[in-house]
Design a protein around this ligand. Sequence first.
Ligand SMILES: Nc1nc2c(ncn2[C@@H]2O[C@H](COP(=O)(O)OP(=O)(O)OP(=O)(O)O)[C@@H](O)[C@H]2O)c(=O)[nH]1
Ligand SMILES: [Mg+2]
Length: 485
Amino acid sequence: MRTSFLSDDTICAVATAPGTGAIAVVRMSGPQSHDIACRLFYHHGKPFPKEHIQPYRTFYGQLVIPACAGQAATTLDEVLLTFFTAPHSFTGEDAVEISVHGSVYIQQRLLELLVAEGARMALPGEYTRRAFVNRKFDLAQAEAVADLIVSQNEAAHRLAMNQLKGGFSKQLQVLRSKLLDITSLIELELDFSEEDVEFADRSQLLQLLEETQGHIHTLTDSFCLGNAIKNGIPVAIVGATNTGKSTLLNALLGEERAIVSDIAGTTRDTIEEVMNLNGTLFRFIDTAGIRSTDETIEKIGIERTFRKIDEADIVLGMIDATLDSAAVEASARMILEKTDTTRQTLVLLLNKSDRCADTVADRIDQLKNTVCEALGAQAGHVYLQTLSAKTGNGLDQLKQTLSEVRQGMALGQDAVLVTNLRHYEALQHAATNLEAVRRGLQDALPTDLVAQDLREALYYLGSITGEITTDEVLGSIFGRFCIGK
Ligand SMILES: Nc1nc2c(ncn2[C@@H]2O[C@H](COP(=O)(O)OP(=O)(O)OP(=O)(O)O)[C@@H](O)[C@H]2O)c(=O)[nH]1
Ligand SMILES: [Mg+2]
């Protein structure tokens, strides 16, 4: 359980990125923070008594190293000091932010002074942990702070912001309150178990339960997309050997990342690189070309290719357009066979178009037929494009297609997507428990067994927002934060 409390010690840390910068911000939080700051701060050339503090105002002055062992007091730096008072601060405690010039020496010396005056160095994530304990936000929102700090593209940033604003937490609250309603009805029956009564209408309970299950499934289903947006949407570049897969990877990245050669079977292992395209992260995976081979290492590489195709959201199927029509058709069929177009987007790329300008239009028509034959009504979902990975012709169109596909991935402005493995696992546990509850109600199992499963489902939902949590869980979550956050 989370109990609101004010820690009795005061913590300090550099809040800005490590190293030299124009300025650095050192943060202190805890009951002693105002006293400590006042002992070291001079305003208009005079000591700054605590009575002069005005919260949420910034004071300009000198930070002074106190006189010590016969040495006179000296100025460490000209600083800006901002005071915050509990509970209206990030942590919910009294706090001070000190902006100093960004020298590493000044930062370290200042921390030493703060520690000498009674503060202690903050542990990783301790500010956010204090904010959580003081109910500034729940655990899912605290984790969103970590996601926000590391977000490197627009989509990941938006997801983290939504979670921080509490969109996900609100949905969980709704789920929990529905489950609490069911639980209280069922537990009432337990109180009267001697009398063998049923207060709760079973069919109504089942309906409520199924709604809740549906909601949880929507959230767990969103994990794949949420995770893809956070870590890069997986795009596998696949096809026969020598079709130009590695050339395409290099062209997309704008650097010679993978070895390119005209020897079939150049790429043996998969190569992954993340790239930001119009604000979305894509994880491009160059794979070993598919062909039948007896070579052990290449065989392992090709097995990996199949796994990567399976894991990808988007498959870029590379076909050598200079080959004759039978070979182009065989290549396309092989790629179609390995891709599941019901859940993956396939982009067939007729590559090396620079070498076959006169036949490429025919090949496109031919491919259209092949795709229609193989997929029927699904054929409309497959993109067909010409490309020259070598000259870059068609690359912009491919990037455009990727952006279009990502837009179709149903990420609305306020979309609530599960992006965190811990949340996903807790939701899955809750779903398993609810399925047991549903079966229990259907099969008229004893009420106490049903109630037990319900309580477990509630426990897992509560663990996401931190309604129910342990020190161990908190330690592992906040331990992953940086110091100063
Ligand atoms: N003319 C032309 N040549 C290309 C194009 N793309 C690739 N190539 C050439 O085709 C050969 C094979 O290219 P790679 O990128 O190594 O092909 P790959 O599909 O990665 O091959 P494996 O790793 O062996 O499966 C190289 O000689 C490339 O220069 C293209 O668009 N036009
Ligand atoms: Mg290659």
